[in-house]
Design a protein. Structure first.
Length: 175
């Protein structure tokens, strides 16, 4: 028999850890390293143009969805934000580098696991210890999962189709 307390505890741990990770990403993109200007330049170099717009969109999405996951609010949308941001990161930056994160250019194992965690949270919901539960929202099951998939993957794919314009590969010099 399933232990509901154990499931709720596991769900809370997953929500909080993914949420904290997303907040750390958003914080670092805005205030860490090269700040938002550096993030914008990096995004533009990856083909996300205009870079500044996408740096702000990704950073705000990471901060907002991180907080929403931690408190368990609008779970399918919070999980969709994780899925969408991580899919874009996977597609434009990590995919060509192979699986392992330690490979040159960083592989995709990290973003793939965050994307999987977002999808899992979209399916299982935030658990009993969440604001969704407090306000009476049923945010677990196939319909919330479908919202997570459509909003997360669908939104990411639409964003890539409209805004991703990578520079063409440099032509190799003739010998």
């Amino acid at each position: 028999m399933l232990d509901a307390t154990g499931i709720d505890l596991g769900t809370l741990i997953l929500r909080v850890m993914v949420g904290v990770t997303m907040i750390a990403h958003g914080y670092n993109h805005i205030w860490g390293g090269g700040k938002i200007e550096g993030t914008a330049g990096w995004f533009a170099s990856l083909g996300m143009k205009p870079g500044k717009l996408h740096a702000w969109l990704a950073s705000i999405m990471e901060l907002a969805c991180g907080v929403m996951l931690i408190v368990g609010l609008a779970n399918p949308l919070a999980a969709a934000g994780v899925v969408g941001v991580m899919f874009v990161a996977f597609w434009i930056n990590h995919r060509p580098n192979g699986f392992f994160i330690f490979r040159p250019g960083e592989g995709y194992e990290y973003v793939l696991n965050l994307m999987a965690a977002g999808l899992a949270l979209g399916a299982i919901g935030p658990g009993e210890w969440s604001l969704d539960k407090v306000i009476g929202l049923d945010t677990s099951g196939l319909v919330p999962f479908a919202i997570t998939v459509v909003a997360g993957l669908g939104g990411a794919i639409m964003l890539l189709v409209v805004f991703w314009r990578p520079d063409p590969p440099a032509a190799e010099e003739a010998a």
